[in-house]
Design a protein around this ligand. Structure first.
Ligand code: ADP
Ligand code: MG
Length: 365
């Protein structure tokens, strides 16, 4: 059995006033014209899984215009049983409830309901800055592993303290104090890097396979770490500690920390060439999608069940045979697909259908 989301309720969330989606365990298709609420629905699902929007957005922007709060709730079935997650968004905070119990820790939310989100904007995973690739690692690893999430929080905090110190006028004080921060920093950095390495080791072969399958075996996708920290946590700590001390003078001049997992990147290549620089738009898109499909397989390997796949407007840009292959790969897990009517390639497939308009479900099948 795979985990699946039975239903979600949206109240004053984006353009939804009060609506409930009851999903099937298999394929769900949400159609509608532009700007009617398709992505908003997929966004709500992702929020319930991670506490984050898949869009670059501020939490308070989800509150329906003119309202003072937004509420979303999701019921899911997982191998551990039924789970309910509720999020309430206020202008300055959000509240989390899990099975009716309020929690202040974001980390508690993670891992209850899992999903992988893909839409055309995810192309930035390939094309844009290292930050987008770290975001991919951070979000999927945080869903999979609370230890990672907490190490990342700690790391960011210590990093920002180290960076404030680097801006101090008193250079001698900086030189004296840095080693203390560095010892703290590498402790959490090592957890992050080791988890990323293990994740990549699992992800890469799946990404290669997914990419081969989608492209019909013509291309070899390679996803590897763009840094050289390897081995046990102790080894990684030692390597990074030495890099931190080597780069100390440079960091003092620049006023920020120049090495560590907040700077690391991935290398993504097709047939040996960097996709970011040499890949066509289509190759970049397929590479990004393959990485997301590989993420599904990593979840399955680690937890013995697939998360829900959210394909937001993701298929319209693929040609027919690639689209068909992606749908084949999505067989056997819960998938929520959004598209305009015109791109609906699922007629003939068994699917639960919703059509949305102005934040309302117009009809269900
Ligand atoms: N906070 C909000 N309150 C009300 N409407 C919103 C809010 N945020 C976004 N919207 C509306 O949601 C619509 C976009 O919905 P979206 O789900 O992105 O569309 P699509 O169906 O094309 O995926 C736009 O009409 C936008 O004005
Ligand atoms: Mg959309």
């Amino acid at each position: 059995m795979n985990m699946y989301i039975e239903s979600i309720v949206l109240k004053n969330f984006r353009n939804y006033e009060d609506e409930k989606f009851e999903f099937s365990e298999g394929i769900n298709v949400i159609t509608g014209m532009n700007a009617q609420g398709k992505t908003n629905c997929a966004e709500a699902v992702f929020y319930l899984c991670t506490g984050y929007s898949p869009r670059a957005t501020r939490d308070k922007q989800v509150i329906r215009y003119g309202q003072d709060k937004a509420y979303i709730s999701g019921n899911a079935r997982t191998q551990y049983g039924a789970v309910n997650v509720e999020l309430t968004f206020y202008p300055d905070k959000k509240n989390i409830r899990i099975n009716g119990v309020e929690t202040l820790k974001m980390g508690e939310l993670l891992g209850n309901i899992n999903s992988v989100f893909f839409n055309p904007e995810e192309l930035k995973l390939i094309k844009e800055s290292p930050e987008d690739r770290r975001r991919f690692l951070d979000i999927s690893l945080s869903q999979m592993n609370k230890k990672y999430f907490y190490a990342l929080q700690k790391y960011k905090k210590i990093l920002s303290q180290r960076n404030s110190l680097l801006k101090d006028e008193n250079k001698d004080l900086i030189r004296e104090t840095l080693p203390i921060w560095d010892a703290q920093l590498v402790k959490y950095a090592a957890v992050i890097i080791k988890e990323r390495n293990e994740f990549l080791k699992l992800l890469s072969p799946f990404a290669l396979e997914a990419h081969r399958f989608i492209t019909g075996g013509k291309e070899e996708l390679q996803v590897t770490a763009g840094y050289r920290y390897e081995g046990s946590e102790e080894n990684i700590s030692a390597q990074l500690l030495s890099d931190l001390s080597d780069s100390a003078e440079k960091s003092i001049i620049l006023g920020y920390t120049t090495v560590g997992p907040h700077r690391d990147d991935l290398k993504i290549k097709i047939n040996g060439e960097e996709v970011k620089t040499y890949g066509s738009q289509g190759q970049q898109r397929t590479a990004a999608l393959s990485m997301k499909l590989a993420e599904l397989e990593v979840f399955k390997t680690r937890f013995n069940e697939y998360p829900t796949l959210l394909l937001d407007d993701a298929l319209s840009e693929l040609d027919f045979s690639r689209r068909k292959r992606v749908l084949e790969m999505a067989e056997g897990l819960q998938t929520i697909i959004t598209c305009t009517e015109a791109d609906d390639a699922f007629s003939g497939k068994e699917a639960r259908r919703f059509s949305v308009r102005g934040g309302k479900i117009e009809n269900r099948e």
